[in-house]
Design a protein around this ligand. Structure first.
Ligand code: PAF
Length: 295
């Protein structure tokens, strides 16, 4: 496995692989890898000849009062995990190399970037789309895999790829959860053991919404209220947003229907966690991704 920090070297390597007719698969990450990231790599592995993983805590996607400085980092462990999964190249640039001064160019996807996480974290998606554009230009992937946990991010990237004619196929992989349902996230590390227990309200509130939908509830206000009731069971939980939206446009809905996403961001103490589920019609019934169908 190669570890490449130099941008030019990574670009030349990617060009060389492409000249040899090799397919490049790419999983961009901010490191501190967990099973969720590894699932993206395992999904990409059989779809490409060369698997590239980037590890870069991207400063432009953090707000001034956010956790950029304390975002967990452990390159040695990440390197070992990448080797175990069969990664070919780890791209590990510095912030100075990615954003040489003066840095003046950003990519912004309108509308989709302004709602939900974008409303709570102004500039966040501009940072994401800018760095992903740069990474695509450097790694030159044929296919890139993102996680559904960041549902809004994956939708914005798809839109960007369409709008800017990137020749990259975007694949979105399902959320990986702990056995008790908590969605895997590098930020789970911030939780105390008491908060870790309370963090289950995100999963439970989504599960509750899915159960109600299965029972025939379609009214968004009723579902929102039910989710809020579940979350209020955690004393240290503070809702940032709960959104029940069209899966393509992220427009708020008043009635749940096929292709609805239920997404939420909740602070547990000072840690902001996100999660979501996708409601689709199957065999004439609306079903989500969490509650298994009754036999
Ligand atoms: O999802 C993430 O970890 C980041 O937003 C990404 C896509 C690696 C860009 O920094």
């Amino acid at each position: 496995m190669k570890i490449v920090s130099d941008i030019r070297e990574m670009q030349q390597l990617a060009g060389h692989y492409r000249q040899q007719g090799k397919t490049i698969g790419f999983v961009p990450t901010m490191g501190y890898l967990h099973e969720g990231h590894l699932s993206l790599m395992r999904r990409a592995r059989p779809q490409c000849d060369i698997l590239v993983v980037s590890i870069f805590v991207n400063p432009t996607q953090f707000g001034p009062n956010e956790d950029f400085e304390r975002y967990p980092r452990d390159f040695d462990r990440d390197e070992r995990l990448c080797r175990e999964v069969g990664v070919d190249v780890v791209f590990y640039p510095t912030a100075d190399a990615m954003y040489p001064q003066p840095y003046l160019t950003y990519v912004h996807v309108e509308k989709l970037s302004e709602t939900m996480c974008g409303a709570s974290r102004p500039g966040h998606f501009r940072g994401v789309t800018t760095v992903v554009t740069k990474l695509f230009n450097i790694v030159q992937p044929h296919i890139a895999v993102f996680g559904q946990k960041d549902y809004q991010q994956s939708l914005i990237i798809r839109q960007m790829v369409r709008d800017l004619n990137f020749d990259v196929q975007i694949d979105v992989a399902p959320i990986v959860r702990e056995v008790d349902g908590l969605a895997m996230s590098s930020r789970n590390k911030y939780l105390s053991s008491e908060e870790r227990q309370q963090a289950l309200v995100l999963y439970r509130s989504l599960t509750r919404a899915e159960e109600l939908i299965r029972e025939g509830e379609r009214n968004v206000d009723t579902l929102l209220q039910a989710m809020k009731t579940v979350i209020s069971e955690a004393p240290d939980a503070r809702i940032d947003y709960i959104a029940i939206v069209d899966a393509e446009t992220l427009e708020p809905l008043s009635t749940v229907r096929h292709n609805t996403v239920i997404a939420l961001a909740v602070y547990i103490g000072t840690t902001r966690l996100i999660d979501n589920t996708w409601i689709r019609e199957k065999d004439g019934k609306l079903v989500g991704q969490l509650v298994s169908p009754r036999q």
